[in-house]
Design a protein around this ligand. Structure first.
Ligand code: PLP
Length: 437
C-alpha cells in the first residue's frame, strides 16, 4: 500500500465493511479507473484535501454544485447563521420563498416546487406530466442520466425505437414498459416514435445538454425540435437542467440563447443547493397548479425546502453574477486549451466538446476521429478507456482531481486561480505522456 493513500485505504476498508462497495454513490468507488478512492477531509476554494494530507485542484466540484469553490466565506457564514436559528421545522420558511423567487427570475419557469435531489425532481416532473396529460409513455435518450428514477433506468434494445428494457436488476419490465429510449440528437427517431405512439406519449425528457456521457451538446436545435414535436402531439417537453442549471449561465443551458421554445417543465439541482441537498422542478403555471395541494397530483417531502439547504443555495445564486459566469467560461477555456496542448504534444488523439463552461475530453481511437463530432451515446462509448484511466491517475498523482470516469463532465469553480491553472498545466503534460504510453 502506498504511503500517500494509507489513510484513505484504511477508511475504504472500514467503509466496505458497512457500505456496499465502500461508497454511497457508485462512481466514487473509482471502479472505472482503479485504485483507492480518496476520502476528502476538507475543501478550500478550488482545492480539496484528503485524509492523508494530499491536496488537489478540484475539477469535480461535488459533481457540479460547488460553483463558487469550497467553504466560500459568505456561503459558510450564511449557513452557520441558518444552522444557529434551527435546522428544520416542516413548515414553510422565508429562505425557500426567496430561493423560489430567484429560480423563477433566472429561468423560464413560472412556478417551482423544491425537493431534495435531482432524482426527486425528475421523478416528480414525470409524475406531473403523466397526471396532466393522462398519458403513460415517456421518451428518454440513451446516455442521458436523470437520476435513479426506476422508469428512467432503462436501456435501449437493439432497434432505433425500443421500449426500454430495465437497466438494472430491481427495475421491473412493467416499470420500463412505458419508457421509450431513443438515440440522442436523432430527430428522425423522435418523429418515428411519435408516429407510432404519439397519442400515448406524456412527455419527452432530455438533459438540456447532456453531460452524463461526457459532454454531448444538442445539434440542429434539438431541444426546440423536441419542444415543438411535443406541442404538436399534446405531449410535454421536460428539460433536465439538474447539471447545467445555474452552472453554464445565470439560468443554465437555456441562458445560452440557442433554444427559443421554453420547456413545459424543467428540473434543477446541484448548484441551486450550494453543496446541500436541494433541487427543484418547475414550469408553466397551469401545469404546476395541478400539484397538491392546489391540484390532485401528489408530491411531498419532509425536508423539501429545508432552511439550511435553501440558505446555502440562495447565497450561492446571489453571488453567482454575470462576472462569475464570465470568469468560469474563461477558466474552462484555459483548461481545455492547456490540457489539449499537452495531449497534442504527447500525440494522444482526443476530442473536447463543451456547452459553455461544461466540457469533457474524449480519448478517441485515431486522429481521423478528432474532427468528428460526438453526438450520441454510441459515439461517446467508442473511447479508448484505458487511456483515460492512465491520464486520470497521473493527474491525481500530480495534484488534480478529475472525474473518476471518462463519461463525466469536468466542472470548474470560480475559485480556480493562476496557481491552480499552473498546477493543471504541469500535471497535464505528465498525464498526457501517461495516456500515450
Ligand atoms: N439529472 C441530471 C442531468 C443529473 O446529472 C443528475 C445527477 O448527476 C440527476 C438528474 C440526479 O440528481 P441527484 O444525484 O441529485 O439525484
Amino acid at each position: 500500500m502506498s504511503d500517500h493513500t494509507k489513510l484513505s485505504a484504511a477508511l475504504f476498508d472500514r467503509a466496505s465493511a458497512v457500505t456496499p462497495g465502500g461508497v454511497n454513490s457508485p462512481v466514487r468507488a473509482f471502479r472505472a479507473v482503479g485504485g483507492v478512492p480518496r476520502f476528502m477531509a476538507s475543501g478550500d476554494g478550488c482545492h480539496i484535501t484528503d485524509v492523508d494530507g494530499n491536496t488537489y485542484v478540484d475539477l469535480v466540484c461535488s459533481w457540479g454544485p460547488m460553483l463558487l469553490g469550497h467553504a466560500h466565506p459568505e456561503v459558510t457564514a450564511a449557513v452557520q447563521a441558518a444552522v444557529g436559528r434551527g435546522t428544520s421545522y416542516g413548515t414553510p420558511t422565508q429562505p425557500e420563498v426567496e430561493l423560489g423567487e430567484e429560480i423563477v427570475a433566472r429561468t423560464p419557469v413560472d412556478k417551482v416546487r423544491l425537493v431534495s435531489s435531482g432524482t426527486e425532481a425528475t421523478m416528480s416532473a414525470l409524475r406531473l406530466a403523466r397526471g396532466a396529460t393522462g398519458r403513460a409513455k415517456i421518451v428518454k435518450f440513451a446516455g442521458c442520466y436523470h437520476g435513479h428514477v426506476d422508469a428512467l433506468l432503462a436501456q435501449a434494445g437493439s432497434g432505433v425505437i425500443t421500449l426500454g428494457i430495465p437497466g438494472t436488476p430491481g427495475v421491473t419490465e412493467a416499470t420500463t414498459a412505458d419508457t421509450i429510449v431513443l438515440p440522442y440528437n436523432d430527430q428522425a427517431a423522435v418523429t418515428q416514435a411519435f408516429a407510432q405512439y404519439g397519442d400515448q406519449i406524456a412527455a419527452v425528457i432530455t438533459e438540456a445538454s447532456p453531460g452524463n456521457m461526457g459532454v454531448v451538446p444538442p445539434v440542429g436545435h434539438f431541444n426546440d425540435f423536441l419542444a415543438r414535436t411535443c406541442k404538436d402531439n399534446g405531449a410535454l417537453f421536460i428539460s433536465d437542467e439538474v447539471m447545467t442549471g445555474f452552472r453554464i449561465t445565470r439560468s443554465g443551458f437555456w441562458g445560452l440563447g440557442s433554444d427559443t421554445v421554453a420547456p413545459d417543465l424543467m428540473t434543477f439541482g446541484k448548484v441551486m443547493g450550494g453543496g446541500f441537498p436541494a433541487a427543484a422542478f418547475g414550469g408553466r403555471a397551469d401545469l404546476m397548479a395541478q400539484l397538491a395541494p392546489e391540484g390532485s397530483v401528489y408530491q411531498a417531502g419532509t425536508l423539501s425546502g429545508n432552511p439550511v439547504a435553501t440558505t446555502a443555495g440562495l447565497t450561492t445564486l446571489r453571488l453567482a453574477t454575470d462576472e462569475v459566469y464570465a470568469q468560469l467560461d474563461r477558466t474552462a477555456e484555459t483548461i481545455r486549451r492547456i490540457v489539449g496542448m499537452a495531449l497534442s504534444r504527447a500525440g494522444v488523439p482526443y476530442r473536447t466538446q463543451n456547452a459553455g463552461n461544461l466540457f469533457s475530453f474524449f480519448f478517441v481511437e485515431s486522429s481521423d476521429e478528432v474532427t468528428r463530432r460526438i453526438t450520441d451515446f454510441a459515439g461517446a462509448g467508442a473511447q479508448v478507456l484505458p487511456r483515460y484511466a492512465a491520464f486520470f491517475h497521473a493527474m491525481l498523482d500530480n495534484g488534480v482531481y478529475l472525474p473518476p470516469s471518462a463519461f463525466e463532465a469536468w466542472f470548474v469553480s470560480a475559485a480556480v486561480d493562476d496557481d491552480a491553472l499552473a498546477t493543471i498545466e504541469k500535471a497535464a503534460s505528465v498525464a498526457a505522456r501517461a495516456a500515450a504510453a
